[in-house]
Every structure is written in structure tokens, then in C-alpha cells.
Design a protein around this ligand. Structure first.
Ligand SMILES: [Zn+2]
Length: 240
């Protein structure tokens, strides 16, 4: 299943890659490991942070990542091949589903029509890669779904859309629509990857959860929502 170590090497800063399963769904995070991982900062002691239902840092070697509290995350969907299912529809639905999860509106996804202002870009592998790779390798695997971002000193690197001189996007989601014959299957795939994009860097062992490695449900479960709320209530090691 997952071939990686959970032990961060804190003796020296190094750049390393984490990856999910080759089949199913992947998440790749190039982690610049710093000495403060698992640090001492505490959140608001009066706020109640729910425990996670499954480890949201299992794919990142313990790195908790999320957007700054209050961020409206702008999501752009590249035009996809005409296959009878709609990537735009799946992304719209995923955004609506995840927007219902935060308890206090800590993060909200918003679909935009200009890739040059996007924080997240979603594309199908049948279309060209939409961003210029930066400091970290951008080498998508054969996974059906894939979420990418690059850690630079605790913040996600700003990637430049190929048509722009402005560096904007922090996260890129690539899906393989040849693996999704139905709209429902694509909805599940995109919603799963969007779960990674909002801060869940792990997979659930429960097939009833959207963040199960090979999801069949199309919306976050109570356990998925609880896990995201846990992430949103914690200090981030990496800000997207
Ligand atoms: Zn995944």
C-alpha cells in the first residue's frame, strides 16, 4: 500500500516526496522538513476541535496542511474532453459538498472562470498540464486522481498557469476521466481529490467515506467532515 516513512527527519532540511498509492488516488507533497514539525503552538484553547476519524496527515508524513482561516479558495476547471461526463459539473458539486463541512466557514471553495486567479486548478490528463512546474518535480503518476502541491518553507509554492505571468495556483488536481465512465464515478473522484485540496492528507480505511482510497460515495461522510473540522481547528505545518 503506502511506501513511506512516518518519521520526519528533523536533523537537516531535506526535500522529499510523498506519494499515495499508484493505483486509485494519489497525493504528492514535496515536503521540506523543518525542525519544528509537530511543534508546540496551540490553537484557541476555548475552541473545541473534534478528533479526526482517520489520520489526515498519513500521506504527508505528519505534515498538517490547510488554507489560512477565512480563505475563499478559487477553483478553475480546465476544459475537458467531451466524454459524456462533465468535469465542471463534478467540480461544482464537490465544492458545494465540501463547503458544507466547516463548522465556522473557515474555508470556502468558489468556482472561477479565470485560471489566472485560481488557487486550485483541476484538469483531465487528456489535456496539457496547465501550470509551469516550479521548485518541486511535477510528475503525475498513473493514478486516477492526483492532487499536487509543493512545500516551500511552510507555504505552498505558487505555480504559474501556462498562459499567465502571474503566479497564483497553489494546488493542481489531475484526474483521469478514462477511469470514470459515469458522472457519479467522476463526481466521487473529483470530490475525493478536493478533500485532499482542502486539507485532508490521508485516506480513510472505511469504504463508506469519501476519502477511502477508491471512493464510491460522492459526498463527504460525517467522518470526512469531522476530519476536515479537526484539520481546520489545528495550527498548520504548511499553509496552502
Ligand atoms: Zn486520495
Amino acid at each position: 500500500m503506502l511506501s513511506r516513512t512516518h518519521q520526519p527527519d528533523v536533523s537537516r532540511p531535506i526535500s522529499r516526496q510523498r506519494r499515495g498509492q499508484r493505483r486509485g488516488h494519489g497525493i504528492r507533497l514535496a515536503v521540506l522538513v523543518l525542525g519544528a514539525l509537530g511543534g508546540t503552538a496551540c490553537g484557541d484553547p476555548t475552541a473545541t476541535v473534534p478528533d479526526f476519524a482517520y489520520d489526515p496527515t498519513a500521506l504527508t508524513g505528519g505534515v498538517l496542511y490547510r488554507w489560512s482561516t477565512g480563505t475563499r479558495v478559487r477553483v478553475f476547471v480546465e476544459a475537458a474532453p467531451s466524454t459524456g461526463v462533465s468535469l465542471a459539473t463534478a467540480t461544482q458539486r464537490a465544492a458545494q459538498q465540501w463547503n458544507a463541512a466547516p463548522a465556522r466557514g473557515e474555508v470556502a471553495l468558489e468556482i472561477v472562470t479565470d485560471r489566472n486567479v485560481a488557487d486550485v486548478i483541476v484538469y483531465d490528463r487528456g489535456t496539457p498540464q496547465p501550470v509551469v512546474a516550479g521548485l518541486c518535480p511535477f510528475e503525475p503518476s498513473g493514478a486516477a486522481g492526483y492532487t499536487y502541491f509543493c512545500n516551500v518553507n511552510g507555504r505552498a509554492e505558487k505555480l504559474r498557469p501556462v498562459t499567465s505571468t502571474v503566479k497564483t495556483a497553489s494546488v493542481v488536481i489531475r484526474v483521469d476521466m478514462t477511469t470514470t465512465a459515469t458522472q457519479s464515478a467522476l463526481d466521487a473522484l473529483v470530490a475525493h481529490e478536493m478533500g485532499h485540496a482542502v486539507g485532508i492528507g490521508g485516506h480513510s480505511p472505511d469504504a463508506a467515506d469519501l476519502m477511502y482510497t477508491r471512493p464510491t460515495v460522492t459526498a463527504p461522510s460525517a467522518r470526512d467532515r469531522q476530519t476536515l473540522r479537526h484539520v481546520l481547528g489545528r495550527p498548520a505545518d504548511l499553509t496552502l
